[in-house]
Design a protein around this ligand. Structure first.
Ligand SMILES: Cc1cc2nc3c(=O)[nH]c(=O)nc-3n(C[C@H](O)[C@H](O)[C@H](O)COP(=O)(O)O)c2cc1C
Length: 201
């Protein structure tokens, strides 16, 4: 399969956001499972999360998480975040930088909860907080969400632990390891405009 070559900054920018918007709808897209970075006590932290919503116009990406998790605690102290993805087929690495907001019981959280299948919410009815030490290798779930298929009723008690994390991006770093050569571009979002430039890889 030939790898497309991008020579226009606007085209790169549109293409990157189109990929995120597609991934939020398509579980098979390479950008569906992303690395999400936070800072806690001046220490970087990384984990994989599933992209659940993307909005190019708002430059926003969303995922969901347990509100008792360490990442949520980190975001309360420092809202700066980064995303990373490496697509082994298109040979693109994308890094996004921005700020996050944690949504618990507002419209953003309600909309994300309502848009999700019960299966994707089945990790939330955990009586004990994620990260709590336990005696053995237990998943900590209540038995009714371990059955198949999981229903809305089964997961309803997890709503109290659910959080939507919304990130708004202010910088995009794109790197393409194209067979013809390596190409890199950077997009900085000012108040009204995007400052776009090619940079040395
Ligand atoms: C493929 C994959 C997808 C995951 N998706 C999510 C997710 O959407 N939300 C989430 O909170 N954790 C997700 N996790 C678990 C996180 O990587 C992490 O282990 C967990 O959230 C605890 O992170 P924390 O201690 O930094 O809060 C996923 C893990 C994997 C491997």
């Amino acid at each position: 399969m030939s790898v497309p070559r991008y020579t226009d900054l606007d085209a790169v920018h549109a293409h990157v956001w189109e990929d995120f918007e597609t991934a939020a709808e398509d579980p098979g897209h390479p950008y569906r499972q992303l690395t999400f970075a936070t800072v806690y006590d001046e220490t970087p932290d990384l984990r994989t999360v599933v992209l659940r919503a993307a909005d190019a116009d708002a430059r926003a990406l969303q995922f969901h998480s347990d509100r008792r998790s360490r990442k949520v605690e980190a975001l309360r102290k420092n809202d700066r975040i980064a995303w990373h993805v490496w697509d082994t087929e298109s040979l693109e690495q994308v890094r996004l930088y921005g700020a996050a907001t944690v949504h618990l019981d507002d419209d953003v959280a309600a909309a994300l909860w309502a848009s999700q299948s019960p299966g994707s919410l089945s990790v939330y009815p955990r009586p004990t907080a994620p990260g709590t030490p336990i005696e053995g290798p237990e998943d900590g779930l209540r038995p009714d969400v371990a059955t198949d298929p999981v229903t809305e009723e089964d997961v309803a008690s997890g709503r109290q632990y659910f959080a939507a994390i919304r990130t708004v991006i202010d910088r995009v770093e794109w790197l393409h390891l194209h067979p013809d050569g390596h190409y890199r571009a950077r997009f900085d979002y000012g108040a009204d405009e995007v400052e776009a430039t090619w940079v040395v890889p």
